[in-house]
Write a protein that binds this ligand. Structure first.
Ligand SMILES: Nc1nc2c(ncn2[C@@H]2O[C@H](COP(=O)(O)OP(=O)(O)O)[C@@H](O)[C@H]2O)c(=O)[nH]1
Ligand SMILES: [Mg+2]
Length: 185
């Protein structure tokens, strides 16, 4: 089971993305949630099953006390902003820094621009989002928790990077590296 985190400013649509992805549900004007939510979802990548445990956090007052529990053993994250609210885009660096502090800078992060169904209200261009993602070595997806557009692709991307990380950690296992050396030198 790989624990992945949904993170980003309040109201960007983190809980909506979780509900849409895990349960195919969308609630218009969803009441503000608080506390931790968690859902499991499995997907198949290259013939192997990846089990995701997806964690969502809400509520600014409670945020601090739940921080440790939320981040603990996080293997990667979906960092979400709202394409119709540039303030949430401007906070991406803050959240990225939080992630790196708590789960390490070696973990995959996918940047998500949500609410692309609200085409009249865009405040952040695709290029701005893509540039931010590129300069931070992250993949980038534009999605809508309302229509479902792009969501599977975003989660699949993160899951496949977790897969690679697992492979890397096997390849880089010092014992294996040592034993390889023994035989090849
Ligand atoms: N139109 C539209 N509204 C959305 C979308 N995602 C979330 N919302 C709405 O935005 C508000 C905040 O969403 P929520 O999931 O609670 O955000 P959170 O605070 O990040 O968990 C709710 O009223 C949602 O119904 C989306 O993709 N499109
Ligand atoms: Mg929420």
């Amino acid at each position: 089971m790989s624990k992945i985190l949904l993170i980003g400013d309040s109201s960007v649509g983190k809980t909506s993305l979780l509900l849409k992805y895990a349960d195919n549900e969308f609630i218009e004007g969803m009441p503000l949630s608080s506390g931790l939510a968690q859902k499991n979802k499995s997907l198949i990548i290259n013939n192997s099953i990846i089990n995701l445990s997806i964690w969502d956090i809400a509520g600014t007052e409670q945020y601090k006390s739940m921080t440790q529990l939320f981040f603990k053993n996080g293997q990667g994250a979906l960092l979400v902003y709202d394409k119709t609210n540039s303030e949430t885009f401007n906070c991406l660096s803050f959240w990225l820094n939080e992630l790196y502090l708590h789960i390490g800078s070696d973990k995959p992060v996918v940047i998500i621009a949500n609410k692309i169904d609200k085409t009249e209200d865009f405040q952040v261009t695709t290029e701005q989002g893509q540039d931010f993602a590129n300069s931070n070595n992250c993949k980038f997806f534009e999605v809508s928790a309302k229509t479902g557009d792009g969501i599977n692709e975003a989660f699949y991307s993160l899951a496949s990077q977790l897969n690679k990380n697992i492979r890397f950690s096997i390849i880089l296992d010092p014992d294996i590296v040592r034993s390889k050396k023994k035989y090849s030198c």
